[in-house]
Ligand binder design. Structure first.
Ligand code: FAD
Length: 495
């Protein structure tokens, strides 16, 4: 892959963030501008990618065993102890979810550390340890000419985590990642191990997909893979109002393999221009170069990205870089695996006073102009600094109980750089609730793994089967052993 092309892709996933141990403490007085960055000094705490979720846990255990009996027995012991003491139990991977979704307050936190990947080229699948990261999956599949079929835009995340949030990416035309999972083994709260798929324990499969680790511990999974290939991009610049129909017809035409869009975020011309980037097969599929990590230009593009902070000329420059310079320098061939093998760290802001906060909204394509109108009103009247929006396409998800794509959706991934103060947090929460409501009002919904700013009523409106999810979870786990901060904030109140 050429440096320039990878640079242009930066932020395709609106990625970002590092971990500095910052704290949003309930006892901070609500004074404008009060800093939320006091390090707690505590050792037994976990945080997530928001840097705003630092929470004490009873114990955090790393388990590196292969997905077999030894691991299962170890997990059973941890669950037994948690149950006996009335403490929560939860497994996490990269903890990039932003509302403590992988943190059990005061409880037993487990992180898997094992990247086992066993490809089956005849079946077009691989068996993978639940805790394997996508970087490990790509490293195992690339040498044999395959890659993940659907994953997020960055390679740091865990494979089971991806299933548990039912993440999506920019490979098209697919539904969320759960659509590519054939089966999994789940250790239930009862201690039994079951296999779940679309034909065996299908109800468990559908609850666990997008079920935020609340139904049991995933041990391993069988996931579909896709041949790696050489792709060439096409850049189409258009008015933002024309984007949705152009994007849907491009990705559903059958020859596009990867696709995303962008909108201009300069305040003066906010959401007026759109860029659509579609990747199709190169005419000749010669020997594919091995996949590599980020290059120098990725870091250079990250600097341009960061220069946008409260700097309107820099936002205009970045848009020119993408919309005008991009098509002239970024039109060469690139492998599919190279496009998705990007770590989050590339865009780390390195600023201890700010944090990157993601939002995501799933919008019916025909209501996309209404969504943009809502964003212009709500975002521009807030104090928040929007750095990026990336647009993706997600096909209907017919499986998961907590589905965010009950029909085809345009996924609108936004990145804000937030000051870490009480004042900014309050403004951000207010803006998020308003954006969520405006999206719900046009038949869309919002993504659950980000900041817990939605109201419970909004969660119920956006996820109409939430109460059914909770009732079924409590049948599986009457002692509520599998709990995390997401359960405490939203689901407990629906029980
Ligand atoms: C920079 C950035 C970029 C992102 N880009 C995208 C994107 O392109 N597309 C997208 O859809 N999302 C995206 N996200 C959201 C991301 O996909 C989710 O937050 C995802 O969960 C992150 O993976 P993780 O390994 O950090 O999961 P964690 O936060 O560690 O865990 C997520 C959930 O999975 C559960 N879980 C994990 N392992 C197991 C297991 N073995 N058994 C049972 N439950 C388990 C946890 O309990 C938790 O509820 C992005 C997030 C960030 C911060």
């Amino acid at each position: 892959m050429s440096f320039s092309r990878r640079a242009l892709l930066l932020g395709a996933g609106a990625a970002i963030g590092g971990y500095a141990g910052a704290k949003l403490s309930g006892d901070v007085p609500p004074v404008d501008g009060t800093r939320l960055t006091q390090p707690s000094g505590a050792t037994n705490t976990l945080n997530d990618a928001s840097l705003l979720s630092e929470t004490p846990v009873f114990r955090h255990t790393i388990m590196a065993e292969a997905p077999g009996d030894v691991l299962i027995e170890r997990l059973r012991g941890e669950i037994r102890e948690a149950r006996a003491e009335g403490r929560p139990f939860n497994i996490g991977a990269a903890r990039h979810s932003m509302g403590g979704h992988a943190i059990p307050p005061g409880g037993h936190a487990v992180t898997f550390d094992n990247g086992l990947v066993e490809p089956d080229t005849a079946a077009g699948t691989y068996r993978v340890h639940a805790g394997a990261r996508w970087s490990e999956v790509i490293a195992a599949l690339d040498p044999i000419g395959f890659g993940p079929k659907v994953m997020q835009s960055n390679n740091d995340f865990g494979v089971a985590s991806t299933f548990c949030v039912n993440a999506h990416g920019w490979p098209v035309p697919h539904g969320p990642m759960g659509a590519t999972v054939r089966s999994l083994r789940l250790l239930l709260p009862s201690g039994d191990v079951v296999t779940a798929s679309r034909t065996e324990n299908a109800d468990l499969f559908n609850l666990t997909m997008g079920g935020y680790g609340l139904t049991g511990a995933i041990i391993d999974m069988v996931v579909e893979m896709e041949p790696n290939r050489l792709l060439v991009p096409t850049f189409d610049h258009m008015a933002a109002e024309d984007f949705a129909p152009a994007f849907v017809s491009a990705v559903e035409a059958g020859d596009v393999n990867m696709a995303y869009g962008r909108l201009n975020v300069s305040r003066r011309t906010f959401f007026e221009d759109a860029l659509m980037i579609t990747y199709r097969d190169a005419p000749v599929q010669t020997d594919l170069p091995p996949v590599t990590g980020s290059g120098f230009m990725s870091k250079a593009a990250a600097q341009i990205f960061r220069a946008q902070l409260m700097n309107e000329p820099a936002k205009a420059l970045r848009w020119w870089f993408e919309a005008s310079l991009g098509p002239s320098i970024g039109a060469g061939e690139v492998t599919r695996n190279a496009l998705i093998n990007e770590p989050v760290a590339t865009l780390d802001d390195g600023d201890p006073t700010r944090t990157d906060i993601l939002h995501e909204y799933f919008v019916p394509p025909e209501r996309f102009p209404d969504f943009m109108a809502a964003c212009r009103e709500v975002i521009l009247s807030s104090y928040q600094e929007m750095m990026n929006i990336t647009l993706r396409y997600v096909r209907t998800d017919p499986d998961s109980v907590l589905a965010y794509a009950p029909g085809p959706r345009i996924a609108c991934v936004m990145l804000f750089s937030q000051e870490m103060t009480v004042r900014a947090e309050a403004d951000h929460a207010r803006m998020t609730q308003e954006l969520i409501q405006r999206t719900l009002d046009i038949g869309g919904t919002y993504y659950l793994p980000y900041r817990p700013h939605a109201t419970r009523a909004q969660l119920k409106q956006g996820y109409p089967r939430a109460e059914e999810f909770v009732a079924r979870k409590l049948e599986l786990d009457p002692d509520r052993v599998f709990r995390n901060a997401f359960w405490n904030t939203y689901m407990e109140g629906l029980a």
